[in-house]
Design a protein around this ligand. Structure first.
Ligand SMILES: CC(C)(COP(=O)(O)OP(=O)(O)OC[C@H]1O[C@@H](n2cnc3c(N)ncnc32)[C@H](O)[C@@H]1OP(=O)(O)O)[C@@H](O)C(=O)NCCC(=O)NCCS
Length: 185
């Protein structure tokens, strides 16, 4: 059993564990086809019931230590902007997969980048992970740009790795290792 992740505070954001009261905001923002269409695990349509079930699953994953998920909240606004987390945490390999989405009204204001930086710090300094990696659809360059800005390196492309909306799609893999994070350059 693992403890709940602590709240993470950045210049503009509070990252905290999602709670059931977040379900309407999560359903509204993640229900945008621009979110499901650019992620691998978010279904469309996405309603309150799915958001509730997902939040309940998160708390199970957190207890089991296999994931650490955060709602991304504006410190000044109190609004939920999106979700970010470390998933598939494995102690054996000391690694985790990073995933995130930001609701469309909040795009291009640097929120994903700010949240990713905070979660990297948590993953390497608090959880002591050795590797954090992320996948994204190559047709979604904004996600690649966020990873680049956080110095999470492009490692390769998995060709036609997923079938999405009936079409095989390429996936890019980015990763960063603990020593690169702690001793950049
Ligand atoms: C990808 C996503 C998380 C970005 O969130 P965000 O808060 O807008 O990200 P940021 O503002 O921190 O950075 C976005 C960067 O992408 C750039 N960008 C936006 N659209 C772009 C495009 N079509 N092509 C290339 N770059 C693009 C922005 O200019 C910005 O870079 P800059 O700071 O150098 O100008 C958000 O668009 C999203 O949730 N998309 C759908 C879900 C998703 O893709 N999740 C990630 C999959 S793991």
């Amino acid at each position: 059993m693992t403890e709940c992740p602590p709240d993470l505070i950045t210049r503009r954001l509070l990252l905290r564990i999602p709670v059931l009261q977040d379900a309407p905001d999560i359903a509204r923002l993640a229900g945008d086809p621009e979110i499901s269409g650019n992620t691998l695990e978010i279904p469309y349509p996405y309603d309150h019931r799915i958001a509730h079930e997902w939040i309940a699953e998160v708390s199970e994953g957190v207890k089991a230590g296999t994931e650490m998920i955060f709602a991304v909240i504006g410190r000044n606004t109190g609004e939920l902007y999106g979700v970010i987390g470390l998933m598939e945490i494995t102690r054996e390999h000391s690694r985790a997969k990073l995933g995130y989405w930001i609701g469309r009204p909040y795009w291009n204001q640097g929120y994903a980048t700010e949240a990713v930086c905070a979660v990297l710090d948590y993953g390497f300094r608090v959880l002591g992970l050795n590797r954090i990696y992320a996948f994204y659809l190559t047709r979604n360059p904004a996600s690649g740009r966020v990873l680049d800005k956080c110095s999470i390196r492009h490692e390769g492309v998995l060709r036609q790795h997923v079938r999405k909306e009936g079409t095989f799609q390429d996936i890019a893999v980015h990763g960063i290792l603990k020593y690169e994070y702690l001793s950049p350059g």
